[in-house]
Write a protein that binds this ligand. Structure first.
Ligand SMILES: [Zn+2]
Length: 263
């Protein structure tokens, strides 16, 4: 345990990238089961995996539900620490009060955007978010438009669709994989724009998976998620073993050179 901790701290503390990043695209594909990723079903994401670093052993929080998990992803805090233990939010209710990754990006001089496909994710909009929209169908277009403007830019993009495909036809079913293929294809032009901007970091992950036609339960499959990183420079290796969704913030923070104090 001690050795593992040392390795983990070493990785995160010492892993700022050699060249400063100017363009960050974080994509959360809601309800993406890591076992769905393949060259056939998701050729665009497969290329990212091949060129970058990835793990298929990501773990969500308990319970593995959309808003609770995204709060853990962006604050780096487990539900008991962040205080976000229910899966609901409506406009007019208080929003996140803990530091999120978008706050960190803003502190690092990025213009920030947050596009989300489900109203409840409006909970995670903080004062550090320069542009935000409930974008059920046009999040990718909005992200592309945001990246067309100059300067350091950070986009968090939430994409939905797989949770409905899973509920309708089952996780990892043909219908579910078709939906993933569609999402994968629509992401390609955005990833092309990001690569053209240069000095980029792309992170693709998810909030949870599911099993049969259910998700959000204590079934082991429901906790699974992937994490993929790609950049136009060498990325540090991920520590072997389980990757927790609460580690996403620390990881991205450290790649941006804004990591926690050295250990
Ligand atoms: Zn979800």
């Amino acid at each position: 345990m001690k050795i593992w901790l040392l390795f983990f701290c070493g990785l995160l503390a010492g892993s700022a990238l050699a060249r400063e990043v100017e363009t960050v695209l974080m994509v959360s594909i809601d309800a993406l089961h890591p076992a769905a990723l393949s060259e056939q079903a998701s050729p665009t994401l497969h290329r990212l995996m091949r060129s970058g670093r990835y793990t298929l052993q990501g773990q969500s929080v308990t319970p593995p539900q959309t808003l609770i998990a995204h709060t853990a992803m962006l604050t780096g805090l487990a539900p008991a620490q962040s205080g976000k233990q229910d899966n609901d939010w409506k406009p007019g209710l208080p929003q996140v009060a803990r530091e999120t990754l978008l706050d960190v990006a803003k502190q690092r001089g990025f213009q920030t955007a947050y596009f989300y496909a489900k109203p409840k994710l409006g909970y995670l909009i903080s004062a550090a978010v320069d542009e935000h929209a409930l974008a059920r169908d046009d999040g990718i277009d909005r992200a592309r438009a945001f990246f067309r403007q100059p300067g350091r830019r950070f986009v968090f993009l939430h994409i939905s669709g797989l949770e409905d495909a899973g509920a309708d036809s089952g996780w990892l079913s043909a219908g579910y994989l078709d939906e993933l293929t569609y999402i994968d294809r629509t992401l390609a032009p955005l990833l092309g724009d990001v690569a053209q901007r240069g000095r980029y970091l792309v992170v693709v992950t998810s909030d949870h998976a599911g099993h049969e036609r259910q998700h959000g339960t204590s079934h082991l499959e429901d906790f699974k998620l992937p994490l993929i990183m790609a950049a136009d420079q060498t990325l540090p290796a991920l520590a072997p073993g389980v990757f927790r969704i609460t580690d996403v913030k620390r990881l991205v923070q450290s790649l941006l050179g804004a990591g926690p104090a050295e250990h």
